[in-house]
Design a protein around this ligand. Structure first.
Ligand code: HEM
Length: 153
């Protein structure tokens, strides 16, 4: 398989796992968990879900810029010659990364602490903050997919 194709496939799979995972969490699992589970079980579930999902997001966070920058150099010989949609991907990736780092390094430990202490009200507040940031990141991710897929500008 040619190098560019391999990079392209890795790039697409990483974007799919990250954005698709957030879509599933926000649109499907969140309302289902609210409908079916009481707060203690729900908070335990989300802690476990985040710990598993974020392992994949860390992989995507690394694979996307490595494959993306490599493709940029192979196809457009550098940043200056790359089209607008590639610049947009890079810029919006940085925004997504910042939000992910905030959730992963700041809020997830707070959620874990609240669950371990069985402090459900605090856990609920932290989960609400995580939900907001994941919602924003999902929106940005969908915009990136639309811009990249259509090569809009
Ligand atoms: C450092 C960040 C990134 C860089 C440098 C980058 C760069 C690139 C490059 C060079 C291509 C190939 C474009 C072409 O062949 O015309 C590409 C394709 C693509 N990227 Fe990114 N990307 C980055 C982040 C992201 C993110 C965060 C997502 C989605 C969440 C994403 C989604 C896509 C998609 C769906 C394609 C295929 C669409 C197409 O080729 O038109 N990228 N990216």
């Amino acid at each position: 398989m040619p190098t560019f194709t391999l990079l392209y496939v890795l790039h697409l799979l990483a974007a799919l796992a990250w954005v698709g995972g957030m879509f599933f969490a926000w649109m499907i699992l969140r309302p289902a968990a609210v409908a079916v589970l009481q707060p203690p079980e729900r908070l335990r579930l989300w802690l476990d879900v985040f710990l598993r999902f974020f392992a994949w997001v860390w992989a995507a966070v690394l694979v996307l810029p490595i494959s993306g920058l490599a493709m940029m150099h192979l196809r457009f010989s550098g940043f200056d010659a790359a089209p607008g949609y590639v610049h947009a991907m890079l810029g919006l990736y940085l925004a997504m990364l910042a939000l992910f780092l905030r959730v992963s390094l700041l809020q997830l430990p707070q959620l874990r602490k609240a669950v371990e202490a069985q402090d459900w009200p605090t856990g609920g507040v932290v989960l609400g903050r995580i939900r907001r940031l994941v919602g924003i990141n999902l929106s940005i991710g969908l915009v990136v997919m639309a811009i990249a897929g259509t090569r809009l500008f």
